[in-house]
Design a protein. Sequence first.
Length: 167
Amino acid sequence: MALPEIASIILRLAELAFAAVVAGLNGDYLHSVRGASSWDLGRHIYTEVVAGLSILFAIIWLFPFSSSFIHWPADLFFSILWFVAFGLLVDWLDGSCGRVFDWTNLSFRDTASCAQFKAVVAFSFLSAICWLASAIVGFWWVRRNTRVRHTTTAPTYRRRRWYRSRV
């Protein structure tokens, strides 16, 4: 059945695209605030590192081999990293741009505007969901393909001795 392979490819492409969007928008913000304290930018630096690692591993694991399914623990780990990035960015916004998923009255004219921050938050969440779904598909595939088959054992035959023991 090719369904897990197709789902894996689609999820890897989505992970790659979402990580690229986050890396681009977040990188633009980091470039615009050059010279600021790295302590103040820690959340954005963390998100940029997670996005870069996600891009790298999504490209490596994009190839549809059966060995790509055994990486489900790493997929789960990346999902956790993305959920942490999402939480840090939501905490950083702290309602200064309105509710996190309120997309009304947004404009894309300013650089590093609320729309850009909300897009980074939204794509971080979507990336976390895709990595989690990829981990679930991988776990399901590994569990299905390594299941021990319980069959009745064939009777074992004793080898008949053709000689008489002297003991």
